[in-house]
Write a protein that binds this ligand. Structure first.
Ligand code: ASP
Length: 307
């Protein structure tokens, strides 16, 4: 029995954007589910679903990635396979058309787990992963958000925090919205994939939780697969993905996810959300932000969306 679930990022996403977030997630699930139905691996399905979300300007990954303090759409991405704990990730890459494809290439190469910066882009060139003009990833919304933040800094005479996170609201509208997918294939294989533009106005060179195994992304055949979103520093400091998966073993998985999010918030202060698939194919999602686009499907059941 195959199953797949995707998220479009947790944050203070305003109500009027809900439909757009649900629809984008549903399109990604359709692509992943079609692959799974044809017998594809969980890894292929999760990667394909994330590629759809990276190409959708609604979300903060690939096209629509948020801008760092220099105004650049540098991105992080990771994929992980549960059977053998194979892991591939990239941090701070610029001008890679689909960063999730580069993370997959790192996994397939197998020598290393995480490559960063211009050397990772060099690796993409060698591995035949498509590059693009970085301008392809810019959107009016991300430029507007960056410009507004710059103006706010100039007005207040105060530099914005490197982490664009509001204690009350979580991540902002044009700012959160990392994407992720987790899947179980018909043969029982598990995989997780996450891709993000990170936080608006992040210090150049900042790497978040998404490409760090056990923090923003994790897959283990014995535990399940998880992709997180939210305040990356919180997820890093609490080793969120691994701990939430462990907690989900003995409890209702949705309640376990919510408890893990609330615990991380209580201890470190940041909010977020997550999706998971358990080894038996059960799916769960939770958030403690205002919204998070979600879509999922299990073999033989209808596609669902949530927000
Ligand atoms: N977790 C991501 C990061 O901190 C941001 C997000 O999920 O919106 O880079």
């Amino acid at each position: 029995m195959w199953s797949i679930i995707v998220h479009g990022g947790a944050g203070a996403i305003p109500g009027p954007l809900e439909a757009q977030h649900r629809a984008g997630c549903a399109r990604a699930v359709e692509v992943g589910a079609a692959l799974l139905a044809r017998g594809a691996s969980a890894l292929d399905a999760a990667q394909a679903a994330v590629r759809v979300l990276e190409d959708d300007p609604t979300f903060n990954a690939g096209v629509g990635a948020t801008l760092d303090a220099r105004g650049l759409p540098l991105t992080d991405a990771a994929v992980m396979r549960g059977e053998d704990l194979a892991y591939g990730a990239v941090g701070q890459v610029l001008g890679v058309r689909n960063p999730i494809d580069l993370a997959r290439a790192v996994l397939e190469d197998g020598r290393h787990c995480l490559l960063v910066g211009p050397n990772a882009v060099e690796f993409a060139r060698d591995a035949g992963v498509a590059l693009c003009d970085p301008a392809r990833h810019l959107t009016e919304a991300t430029i507007r958000a960056y410009t507004a933040r710059r103006e706010e800094e100039a007005r207040s005479g105060r530099r914005a925090a490197t982490a664009d996170w509001d204690p009350q609201e979580g991540l902002g509208v044009d700012r959160g919205n990392t994407v992720g997918a987790v899947a179980r294939d018909a043969a029982g294989g598990l995989a997780a994939a996450t891709s993000t533009g990170g936080l608006l106005m992040r210090y150049p060179g900042r790497v978040g939780d998404s490409p760090v195994a056990g923090a923003g992304t994790y897959a283990d055949a014995e535990l399940g697969a998880l992709s997180a979103t939210g305040h990356g520093e919180t997820m890093l400091r609490t080793v969120f993905a691994l701990r939430a998966l462990q907690a989900a073993q003995a409890a209702d998985p949705t309640e376990a996810l919510l408890a893990a999010l609330d615990d991380a918030r209580a201890r470190v202060g940041g909010k977020g959300g997550a999706i998971l698939v358990l080894p038996d194919g059960r799916l769960a999602h939770a958030r403690n932000t205002r919204g998070m686009g979600v879509a999922g499907q299990r073999e033989g059941e209808a596609l669902f969306t949530a927000f």
